[in-house]
Design a protein around this ligand. Structure first.
Ligand code: GAL
Length: 418
C-alpha cells in the first residue's frame, strides 16, 4: 500500500508541519486542497463562506499543484506522522488507499440521515462508500474530454468545430499557418495524461478505453491502436509552443483566453478560469468534446475524504460534510467550478451553456454505459498504475522515443505496477 511506503524525508517534513497545524481541533476545520487557480479559489470560497455562516472556522491548507500530486504527498506524510487534517480533497483510488489503511472516518449516520444513498450515482459511490462505509462527501463531477477554444480565432479563420481527428488536424494546421499557436499545452505529467485519456477514447472508442485503462488488458495496451494513440500524441506536439515544459494548466487556459493560443484540451475546471475572467460561453469561448469522443465522457469527482479525528472535532467535520452535500451549495459551487453536481437531484437550470451541456452529456453517457473513470485523474486504475502510465506518457512527449517503444514501456509499466 502506497501510504505505508512513505519516505523518511516526507515524514520529517510532516513533523515540521505538526508545529503549525495542531489547531485543527475545536472550532475549526482544516481543509487540504489544491484549488489555487482563480476559478478554483473562487469555487472554494463558496464553501468557506457557507461554513463561516455556521460559525465554523476554516484552516486553509492549500498545496499548489494542479491535479493534486503535491497535495497528496503532503497528506500521506501527515497521515504517516499521525497528524491528519480534518479533510482533504481527494480523487477516486486515492480515497480507497486511505480507506484501506483504516485512516478515514465513518459517515454512515449522517449519510443515512440525509439520504446520500439515493442521490449519489453508483459510479461515485464506489469510491465514496467502500465496503459499505461512507468515508467521503463528493462535491462534483468533472468531465475531462473537452476542448476549450477561443471563439474569435475560430471565427476569424472560418473554422467549424472539429468532430473527428482529421477535422481536428485540418483546423490545427490552419491555425498554425495563420501564425497562432494551435494548442496551449501544459507540460506536466498529469496534464499530458489528461490528453492521453481523450486520445485513447477517441482513437479506439469506449470499449478500447475500458479494456486498456480500466481492465489494464495487456493486449489492448500493446495493440496497434495504442501505437496510433502515441503517434497522434506526437502529432499534437507539432502544434504547441516551445515554452510548454512545466507550464501550469491555468496559464495554458489564460493563453486561450488572451488569444495567444486557439485551444486547450482539459477538464472542465478550465471553464472556471474563463468564468473568473468574465468570459461567456459561445460568445468568447467554445466548449466541445474532444473530436471523436462525442456521446461518452471520462470523469473524475472531487470528494472530501474525512479523516478519523478526535471527539472534539467530530461535530465540525460532520457540519462540513453536510454543507458539501447540501443541494443549494452543490449548484452554487459547481456553477463557479465548471463541474456538474455530484448529486443527481440538483437542477442544471442556473448553469451556463457549457455547464448544461456537461450535465446533459454526463446523464446520456451514464445511460449508454459510456461514462468512464479518468485514468489521469485517479478514477480508472490504482494510483501506482496511474503513476506508471504518467511516466511513459511524459517521457515520450519530451523525447523522440518511438510510439512502438512507448507502447512496449506502457504495457511493461502497467504490468509491474499492478
Ligand atoms: C483535478 C481536480 C479538479 C481541478 C484540477 C486542476 O484533478 O479534480 O478539481 O482542480 O485537478 O487542479
Amino acid at each position: 500500500m502506497e501510504i505505508r511506503k512513505t519516505t523518511l524525508a516526507m515524514v520529517s517534513a510532516a513533523a515540521l508541519m505538526l508545529a503549525t497545524s495542531t489547531a485543527s481541533a475545536a472550532g475549526k476545520v482544516e481543509v487540504i486542497h489544491w484549488w489555487t487557480s482563480g476559478g478554483e479559489a473562487a469555487a472554494l470560497n463558496v464553501l468557506k463562506k457557507n461554513l463561516e455562516k455556521q460559525g465554523i472556522g476554516w484552516m486553509d491548507g492549500a498545496v499548489a499543484g494542479g491535479g493534486g500530486d503535491q497535495a497528496r504527498t503532503v497528506v500521506k506524510a501527515r497521515v504517516a506522522a499521525g497528524n491528519p487534517p480534518t479533510t482533504m480533497q481527494q480523487l477516486g483510488f486515492a480515497i480507497l488507499d486511505f480507506a484501506d489503511g483504516g485512516f478515514l472516518a465513518n459517515l454512515n449516520d449522517l449519510a443515512a440521515k440525509e439520504g446520500w444513498d439515493k442521490v449519489v450515482p453508483n459510479a461515485l459511490k464506489r469510491f465514496m462508500k467502500p465496503d459499505g462505509v461512507w468515508v467521503a462527501a463528493p462535491v462534483n463531477v468533472h468531465t475531462t474530454n473537452w476542448v476549450w477554444a477561443n471563439k474569435a480565432i475560430f471565427d476569424k479563420l472560418g473554422i467549424a468545430v472539429p468532430t473527428n481527428w482529421n477535422e481536428f488536424v485540418a483546423a490545427a494546421d490552419k491555425i498554425k499557418a495563420a501564425g497562432i499557436t494551435p494548442i496551449a499545452w501544459g507540460g506536466q505529467a498529469w496534464q499530458e495524461a489528461t490528453v492521453v485519456d481523450a486520445l485513447v477514447n477517441s482513437t479506439g472508442g469506449t470499449d478500447f478505453y475500458k479494456k486498456a485503462f480500466v481492465e489494464m488488458d495487456q493486449d489492448a495496451l500493446k495493440s496497434k491502436t495504442m501505437v496510433e494513440v502515441f503517434q497522434r500524441l506526437r502529432k499534437l506536439k507539432g502544434y504547441v509552443d516551445p515554452n510548454y515544459p512545466n507550464r501550469d494548466w491555468n496559464l495554458a487556459t489564460a493563453m486561450v483566453i488572451n488569444g495567444e493560443a486557439a485551444m486547450q484540451m482539459m477538464g472542465d475546471w478550465a471553464k472556471g478560469e474563463f468564468i473568473a475572467a468574465k468570459k461567456v460561453p459561445n460568445k468568447d469561448f467554445l466548449c466541445f468534446r474532444f473530436p471523436g469522443t462525442a456521446g461518452s465522457v471520462t470523469f473524475n469527482s472531487d470528494a472530501f475524504a474525512m479523516f478519523k479525528v478526535g471527539d472534539d472535532a467530530k461535530a465540525n467535520q460532520a457540519a462540513l460534510a453536510s454543507a458539501i452535500m447540501e443541494p443549494g451549495f452543490q449548484a452554487a459551487f459547481n456553477i463557479v467550478k465548471g463541474s456538474a453536481p455530484a448529486r443527481m437531484d440538483v437542477s442544471g437550470k442556473d448553469f451556463d451553456a457549457c455547464g448544461q451541456k456537461a450535465i446533459k452529456q454526463l446523464a446520456e453517457a451514464a445511460k449508454a454505459d459510456k461514462m468512464m473513470g479518468s485514468m489521469a485523474h485517479g478514477h480508472a486504475v490504482p494510483e501506482a498504475v496511474k503513476g506508471a502510465i504518467y511516466d511513459v506518457v511524459t517521457n515520450y512527449f519530451s523525447s523522440d522515443m518511438s510510439a512502438e517503444e512507448a507502447v512496449k514501456k506502457l504495457a511493461e509499466g502497467v504490468a509491474l505496477a499492478q
